[in-house]
Design a protein around this ligand. Structure first.
Ligand code: PLP
Length: 199
């Protein structure tokens, strides 16, 4: 089973409602300021919200309250803040560690050789539930190149999976969905292929 996260950034509330009426439950947003009013306006639908953007440390309190998942944890300090700011008595916040799999200096994500120490740090945080790994590989058009990047993440996932009880390998966007699923993605994040081009 592959979880489909519908990436609704820049999409208005009415379009999210339409997709929800077809049975879609999981939605992904990148920008806190845009997401909060949308989440509030759709509260009646009980959707599951995934934060997939870069986490700024001054936004962690809002993220820890409004979202069910954060796919983009890439530093210790952010993880600690999210745990401290997740309200007591709520279900733990589900998190994935973002890995910079293509080694792009401009990209978010922890370097592959720094994944394990970060996982150890997160495993000790009481209000987070560590679910797995996430990546947004550099754009490639050839399927085999896309698969190479996805495979690199899948290999790290396989190594850490048992120790950390992982169940989520979050990779694949509209452009590399097929490669991601062929390499074992359990969660894909799809925007334009569902909603059409972003307005
Ligand atoms: C925007 C975004 C997506 C969706 O991209 P599409 O090309 O529209 O499918 C997936 N993951 C992340 C992290 C994104 O920022």
């Amino acid at each position: 089973m592959v979880r489909l996260v519908a990436v609704s950034k820049t999409q208005p509330v009415e379009r999210i409602r339409l997709l929800a009426a077809l049975g879609q439950r999981d939605f992904g947003e990148n920008y806190v300021r845009e997401a909060l009013p949308k989440i509030e306006a759709l509260r009646d639908l009980n959707l599951t919200w995934h934060f997939i953007g870069r986490v700024q440390s001054n936004k962690t309190a809002e993220i820890a309250r409004a979202f069910d998942w954060v796919h983009t944890v890439d530093r210790d300090r952010i993880a600690r803040r999210l745990s401290e700011q997740r309200p007591a008595g709520w279900a733990p916040l589900n998190v994935c560690v973002q890995v910079n799999i293509s080694g792009e200096t401009s990209k978010s994500g922890v370097a592959p050789d720094a994944v394990e120490p970060l996982l150890e740090a997160i495993a000790g945080l009481p209000r987070l539930r560590l679910r797995g790994l996430m990546a947004l590989p550099a754009p490639e058009t050839a399927l085999e190149r896309q698969r190479q990047a996805c495979r690199a993440l899948a290999q790290i996932y396989a190594r850490c999976r048992e120790r950390h009880g992982f169940d989520t390998l979050s990779m694949g966007t509209s452009a590399d969905l097929q490669a991601a699923i062929l390499e074992g993605a359990t969660c894909v994040r799809i925007g334009t292929a569902l909603f059409g081009p972003r307005p």
